[in-house]
Design a protein around this ligand. Sequence first.
Ligand SMILES: *[C@@H]1O[C@H](CO)[C@@H](O)[C@H](O)[C@H]1NC(C)=O
Ligand SMILES: *[C@@H]1O[C@H](CO)[C@@H](O)[C@H](O)[C@H]1NC(C)=O
Ligand SMILES: *[C@@H]1O[C@H](CO)[C@@H](O)[C@H](O)[C@H]1NC(C)=O
Ligand SMILES: *[C@@H]1O[C@H](CO)[C@@H](O)[C@H](O)[C@H]1NC(C)=O
Ligand SMILES: *[C@@H]1O[C@H](CO)[C@@H](O)[C@H](O)[C@H]1NC(C)=O
Ligand SMILES: *[C@@H]1O[C@H](CO)[C@@H](O)[C@H](O)[C@H]1NC(C)=O
Ligand SMILES: *[C@@H]1O[C@H](CO)[C@@H](O)[C@H](O)[C@H]1NC(C)=O
Ligand SMILES: *[C@@H]1O[C@H](CO)[C@@H](O)[C@H](O)[C@H]1NC(C)=O
Ligand SMILES: [Cu+2]
Length: 580
Amino acid sequence: MERSDMLKLVLLPILLAAVGVQGAVKQYDWTIDYAFWSPDCVEKLIIAINGQYPGPTIDATVGDTIVVKIHNKMPTESVVIHWHGMQQRGTPWADGTAFVSQCPVGPEDDYTYQFVVDNPGTFFYHGHHGMQRAAGFYGSLIVHPENITDEPFKYDEELSIIVNDWWHKSVHDQERGLYSNPFIWIGEPQSLLIEGRGAYNCSLVPTGAVANSGDCVTCNASVPQCQPYVLPVTPGKTYRLRIASVASLSSLNFILEGHNLTVVEADGHYVEPVVVNNLDIYSGESYSVLFTANQDPTRNYWAGINVRGRKPATPTGLAILNYLPNPSTLLPTTPTPVSPLWNDYNLSLAQAQLIKAHNSLEIPFTETSGSDKTIFLLNTQNRLNGVIKWALNNVTLVPLSTPYLAAYTYRRKLKTVLSASAPPPLTYTPGYDISSPPVNPNTTAGTGVYEFKLNEVVDVVIQNANTLTVNNSEVHPWHLHGHDFYVLGMGNGVFTSKDYAQLNYVNPPLRNTVPVFPYGWSVIRFKADNPGVWPFHCHIEPHFHMGMGVIFAEGTDLLPRIKLPAQNLGCGLTKNLIRP
Ligand SMILES: *[C@@H]1O[C@H](CO)[C@@H](O)[C@H](O)[C@H]1NC(C)=O
Ligand SMILES: *[C@@H]1O[C@H](CO)[C@@H](O)[C@H](O)[C@H]1NC(C)=O
Ligand SMILES: *[C@@H]1O[C@H](CO)[C@@H](O)[C@H](O)[C@H]1NC(C)=O
Ligand SMILES: *[C@@H]1O[C@H](CO)[C@@H](O)[C@H](O)[C@H]1NC(C)=O
Ligand SMILES: *[C@@H]1O[C@H](CO)[C@@H](O)[C@H](O)[C@H]1NC(C)=O
Ligand SMILES: *[C@@H]1O[C@H](CO)[C@@H](O)[C@H](O)[C@H]1NC(C)=O
Ligand SMILES: *[C@@H]1O[C@H](CO)[C@@H](O)[C@H](O)[C@H]1NC(C)=O
Ligand SMILES: *[C@@H]1O[C@H](CO)[C@@H](O)[C@H](O)[C@H]1NC(C)=O
Ligand SMILES: [Cu+2]
């Protein structure tokens, strides 16, 4: 580690203060509590921030220090907040992942997140404990460049939406089903939401008391909370629309009726502009698209999202593209947007491959530079003591009750934590048949930690396979904390040495999330130059919950130098470490 980096870790509070001199310090006070809300007209208990859903938008400028003090008002649930896309360089304790970077924050407790936003782009934050993200615990985090002229494209105004899928069952109900034997699957969502708004068909809800599962007690199509989100535009102007997906399960496809979209940013990095008619967006991803309001101004248009990648059983989620001065209540009379066929994966693959780094991005390697380490991660569905799990190279992630980061920083005192399971394999059994369910479905439980020396260049080959069901393989959007990575390529079938020839070393996009398609592979590269402990996991909430993730521990010999804030401790074996 370079001396300056080391100092950064040790002296972070002072450095933050120094940075604060340049950027602004943006302070937020958030109370987290349950709220009764009707996102799709059906009333449900959600997790709200300051009584808002989606949570408040953080709007910042590169170099700003974000300080968010949270107070957990929920009487019986703990929380954390993950800042998705923030690399947390020098602040690995502020990543907001329960039992990885910190102990969850208990009822009536406070916690203060503090970090610097060092990269412009479209980001978001969300709960990262249990399935709280799916309970509505999320919001936008938008980082502007210091000077808008630094951006390689122009627009007049900007708009922003977060999309997701929505269930009427409580997340606790969903969660319990996922580790039941026999397994109880969450099923397809009841609704799709744009900026927290959708519309369930209230005539499908039995009137009066509901028989099973406690669902759908109240459905009222007139509630303001479920009126479609409105995107107001002035004819002739060009807009930057920011779109992020926090979907629990679904791969979504976004369409702006009558308007093409020019993709210019992905996960906080500029990309070569590419024009699409509809945009696939996987959970954990974000995009900026440009469009011009140049269509017939006497009417409004639909903005819609549909499910792709799973057989859709959910109506289109709708918002209104409102050409001013038309009233926003002037609903389009045109049919709602139709997305490409849900299982046309080649189309999805082709679109994903269109995204290339902007030509201003310097790629720090060439075809011949190579990497220091390659990890092959086989994605399978398995059983653990009979319970359905996901596994990577036969290891199902079973998180610790002591945060991994604390286990490393207090390595001598807590060595039992990390020696609890053997290091996971770097690869899988050669010749594994990805086109059939596993012959032996039994997996093993593990802590899933891969350790990297500081500055090692790591390639990860994510290899998809058949699930436990014959002829079934699913999309998995893989998300990495603490880093952006280069997407070197994606393809169908088993990745073999001949596939290196089709990887992109010229303009691979930098991202924090990449899908792996059914029976396919995706290859990413990053440099392990951010000391900390970073989850790399499927961003599908139930899949992560079922063990679909690994942990990357970087610069592990430096981690004992970190002075972990006392507020991160207090659970598992860290109970005895808290110092005044
Ligand atoms: C932004 O950059 C432009 C062009 O480089 C420059 O003319 C302008 O003064 C800058 N504005 C600010 C506020 O720094
Ligand atoms: C709502 O559901 C009812 C009952 O199934 C059906 O008749 C009606 O067409 C549905 N409305 C819409 C807008 O889909
Ligand atoms: C439905 O919501 C509207 C708007 O909030 C309200 O005026 C109306 O009373 C509600 N209907 C019922 C049956 O609760
Ligand atoms: C969108 O792009 C397609 C294909 O390039 C083109 O045929 C179509 O006219 C465009 N639509 C609009 C509204 O610009
Ligand atoms: C998808 O593309 C591959 C070639 O890359 C081809 O072998 C396969 O048949 C295609 N699948 C479908 C469903 O078209
Ligand atoms: C898998 O594990 C179960 C116990 O959960 C055991 O009964 C079964 O024999 C194992 N199967 C194989 C093939 O090892
Ligand atoms: C997983 O472990 C089982 C039992 O040891 C073995 O039969 C199987 O081949 C392994 N699968 C992979 C993908 O390594
Ligand atoms: C699985 O797919 C293969 C090849 O497409 C087909 O021959 C077979 O009947 C399918 N099996 C099932 C159970 O759907
Ligand atoms: Cu998954």
